[in-house]
Design a protein around this ligand. Structure first.
Ligand SMILES: [Zn+2]
Length: 270
């Protein structure tokens, strides 16, 4: 599944080809993805200038004066800017034609992605109630400590709660908790302020690094330029249950926490 770094990498890859362009036409090859595609996408987008391509959590927003197209890559979605004569494949569901002559093409074999519409001045319901961006200064240890007060949920589940902070998926939560030395099963309300500072710092460092590397984790994910995303060598715990800890040599433990596969080191994480 594309995680936040892949979505941010996609945004950065699209930006020079999309921002400042006018939409020539919108071609929907099916009426729905995960949800029905609102009529506004087809009716309001053509003729509009795309001022910016923003990211909020794992959503991308193409902003115009008429509103914003809101895109989510779901499990297997991919956005590319292609020459118009590029052959159309069975999973190429949406083309947004640009005045450059190219098309912004949304491809999604599993169709868990979405294309929605946010009217000007409004916040789409899917974006309401989200916590801060992990790389925003508003996200820090004090923020985590404040929200964790009295919470008995495992700290890993807490960290993956989109109302606490957005975009920290299973892989990054596991890796950040390892870097901060925190047992993922520990109750969120029983993590010290100092350790929350370390956790927030680890989340920022891991995500920022993953973004510089072009995103990480999905084998069938392709960057907008067609280069495969990088993977795996830098994972300390995720997916390694039963293998030795790269730091201390103890066997890594695995369990399901909050319905998600989780791995940690019983010596390095307390
Ligand atoms: Zn260890």
């Amino acid at each position: 599944m594309p995680e936040l770094p892949e979505v941010e990498t996609t945004r950065r890859g699209l930006l020079p080809h999309v921002a400042g362009r006018h939409v020539d036409h919108v071609l929907l090859r099916r009426p729905d993805l995960r949800w029905p595609i609102p009529d506004a996408v087809r009716e309001r987008l053509p003729g509009q200038r795309i001022h910016a391509v923003r990211r909020r959590a794992k959503y991308l927003l193409a902003d115009t004066d008429a509103g914003s197209a809101l895109l989510h890559l779901g499990m297997s979605g991919m956005l590319r800017v292609l020459p118009p004569e590029t052959p159309v494949g069975p999973h190429d569901h949406v083309d947004i034609g640009l005045d450059s002559g190219r098309v912004l093409r949304f491809t999604d074999p599993r169709r868990f992605g979405s294309l929605l519409w946010q009217p000007p001045g409004e916040v789409h319901p899917l974006l309401a109630g989200l916590g801060p961006e992990p790389l925003d200064p508003a996200f820090d240890g004090a923020h985590l400590a404040r929200l964790a007060q009295g919470r008995r949920a495992p700290v890993k589940t807490f960290l993956m709660d989109q109302a606490v902070v957005v975009g920290v998926g299973n892989i990054y939560a596991a890796e950040a908790l390892f870097q901060a030395g925190i047992d993922p099963r520990r109750a969120a309300g029983r993590v010290s302020d100092a350790r929350f500072e370390a956790l927030a710092a680890a989340v920022k460092a891991i995500l920022a690094h993953a973004i510089t590397r072009g995103g990480t984790t999905l084998r069938d994910f392709l960057n907008p330029d067609g280069a495969p995303g990088y993977f795996e060598q830098e994972l300390w715990v995720y997916g390694r249950a039963g293998e030795p800890c790269k730091r201390c040599g103890r066997t890594l433990k695995g369990a399901v926490i909050g319905q998600r596969a989780s791995t940690w080191c019983p010596a390095c994480q307390r």
